[in-house]
Write a protein that binds this ligand. Structure first.
Ligand SMILES: Cc1cc2nc3c(=O)[nH]c(=O)nc-3n(C[C@H](O)[C@H](O)[C@H](O)COP(=O)(O)OP(=O)(O)OC[C@H]3O[C@@H](n4cnc5c(N)ncnc54)[C@H](O)[C@@H]3O)c2cc1C
Length: 501
């Protein structure tokens, strides 16, 4: 098989997983990444003075579904834990609305006890009922949806049968997440907390389908911190792929993918170099193909039935600061009170929210919450509209920044910032890094009950071009994009075998 050449365009997690597995299968694989480092959205930003630079994890920070990586490494004859060291968190996240805070724990009963004390015993009971339902929804959807390469609503319901699809009927398959959560939680703070899970796939809780409650289950199944930061995951996959013979080239921007008679023949780099290819796996946003960013002839590679809608973008601040006041743990959420206005600003008005919710990852902290004497690395993030391809509105961004940091202060978190120690990233920069969707970070928005079934799968209209990544089924998130990599490999193998027959 070694004479068959695969070019993977993009070194995000989906591309890397495909690269590793295809190399393991014996293909001659070259991965081309336009940036200096592989990892894509799993990226680190250098912050601080030149004599004291810190690398701040400035993309994903919540690592879940570790089994996806365990299975990938196993398929390559390796053990994930031998390559990447992870520690389970006991506190999943700390949430505050200004006065006290509420922790959610890996241990469900501990979370219920915390909710009883923070809110009421009735809400704790509702939480346990919610957990039971989220677990059922996850279990029902894991195989026929998440792990299936080409799920359809009809096919999925058919394979589940009446008994197994009961949990989906019970939550109301056409219901939105917000309405569904309202059946469990009367305390608006808990309603908001569990609604926030929709943002994990870049969506509004008011528009996302109720089935997204399965994300709560994913988190309750385990959140890990990665020693050395999230970037260790792509690095480990890249190293392993190279050790098996893959070529990984960074600073290699693909300018065009050439085809003849509906077959890709070669890749052209920005410097004019041509690389012949028998198969291409594309790891950028699929909208980049539709916009002709990789060549006019690829505009029609993706079916026009697939929605082009934009998920959330973000405004982030990567910083090294001394903190005091609020007792940070690793993952912290500072909620605004008017959640609906945040999402109507972003999705209806394409504007920065007036009162954003702020997520803070204190990556030097364990979950004991022990205070740090020295400066620590923080990633602060607010949701933002995916308008990175519009003219930049500096004033709006400054205003959003001010309200975000005022909220942190009101909640008791003091940040003593050293000079030159904060790097702000806006949708404009995200659009440059991940072209095709205005800086949307999670592909299309998961809005409406059919949206999950409307994502592209790995196949395109071109026989030897395959898709991976967060804009492809099963959707965004580190483990999901990794799964898409594995599904693309399966699709490539199936096509190859059918052509060769
Ligand atoms: C701020 C932020 C926070 C997040 N938080 C979480 C979280 O806590 N947990 C979680 O699970 N997920 C989180 N996510 C989502 C998760 O990071 C992504 O869904 C996932 O990493 C996407 O992987 P991907 O395979 O789609 O590739 P991407 O990460 O999108 O990478 C694509 C790569 O392709 C490269 N590329 C594109 N075009 C070209 C070209 N023409 N030539 C060469 N290279 C090209 C790009 O440079 C990039 O490196 C977060 C994302 C962001 C941005």
């Amino acid at each position: 098989m070694s004479s068959e050449r695969v070019v993977v365009v993009g070194g995000g997690i989906g591309g890397l997983c495909a690269c590793l597995e295809l190399t393991q299968l014996g293909f001659d694989v070259t991965l081309l990444e336009k940036e200096q480092a592989i990892g894509g959205k799993i990226r680190q930003v250098a912050v601080g003075a030149s004599d004291d630079i810190g690398l701040v994890d400035s993309g994903p920070t919540v690592f879940t579904m570790r089994w996806v990586f365990e299975q990938l490494f196993e398929a390559c004859g390796e053990s994930f834990s031998a390559h990447v060291q992870t520690d389970p968190l006991t506190i999943l996240a700390r949430h505050t609305w200004g006065e006290q805070y509420l922790d959610l724990f890996a241990d469900r009963q501990q979370s219920a006890d915390a909710i009883a004390a923070f809110s009421s015993p009735a809400e704790a009971k509702a939480f346990l009922e919610f957990c039971a339902m989220a677990k059922k929804v996850y279990e029902v959807l894991e195989k026929p949806f998440i792990q299936s390469a080409r799920p359809s609503m009809a096919g999925m319901m058919g394979s589940l049968g009446i008994m197994q699809s009961m949990p989906l009927m019970a939550i109301g398959p056409f219901s939105d997440l917000w309405t569904s959560l309202g059946k469990y939680f009367k305390d608006p703070r808990l309603h908001q907390l569990f609604g926030r899970y929709a943002t994990y796939c870049g969506s509004s809780p008011y528009l996302a389908p109720a089935t997204l409650m399965l994300i709560a289950q994913v988190e309750m199944d385990g959140v890990w911190s990665v020693r050395g930061g999230m970037a260790e995951i792509p690095k480990a996959i890249g190293r392993l792929a190279e050790s098996k013979g893959a070529r990984i080239r960074t600073n290699a921007s693909v300018q065009a993918i050439h085809q003849e008679h509906y077959r890709i023949t070669s890749i052209e780099l920005a410097d004019g170099e041509h690389i012949p290819a028998d198969y291409v796996v594309f790891n950028g946003d699929i909208n980049a193909l539709r916009q002709g960013l990789l060549g006019e002839s690829l505009r029609s590679a993706i079916s026009n039935r697939i929605p082009t809608s934009r998920s959330l973008s973000a405004l982030t601040w990567s910083m090294k600061v001394k903190t005091s006041g609020f007792p940070l743990v690793r993952h912290n959420v500072f909620f605004n009170r008017d959640y609906a206005s945040e999402f109507s600003a972003i999705f209806q008005h394409k504007a920065y929210p007036n009162h954003p919710t702020v997520y803070v990852c204190a990556q030097d902290r364990s979950d004991s919450g022990a205070a740090l004497e020295q400066e620590e690395r923080l990633l602060c993030l607010v949701n933002a509209p995916a308008i990175g391809d519009h003219e930049i509105n500096q004033k709006e961004i400054d205003r959003c920044e001010q309200t975000a940091f005022t909220l942190l202060k009101q909640c008791g978190l003091e940040l003593q910032e050293a000079s030159h120690s904060t790097i702000r990233t806006s949708p404009t920069e995200f659009n440059r890094l991940f072209p095709g969707r205005g800086g949307a970070l999670y592909g299309q928005a998961t809005h409406g009950w059919m949206s999950s079934f409307q994502r592209s799968n790995a196949l395109t209209q071109i026989e030897n071009l395959f898709l991976v990544g967060g804009s492809v089924h099963p959707g965004p998130g580190v483990p999901m994009a990794a799964l898409s990599g594995r599904q693309a490999v399966a699709a490539l193998m199936a096509r190859r075998n059918s052509i060769k027959r």
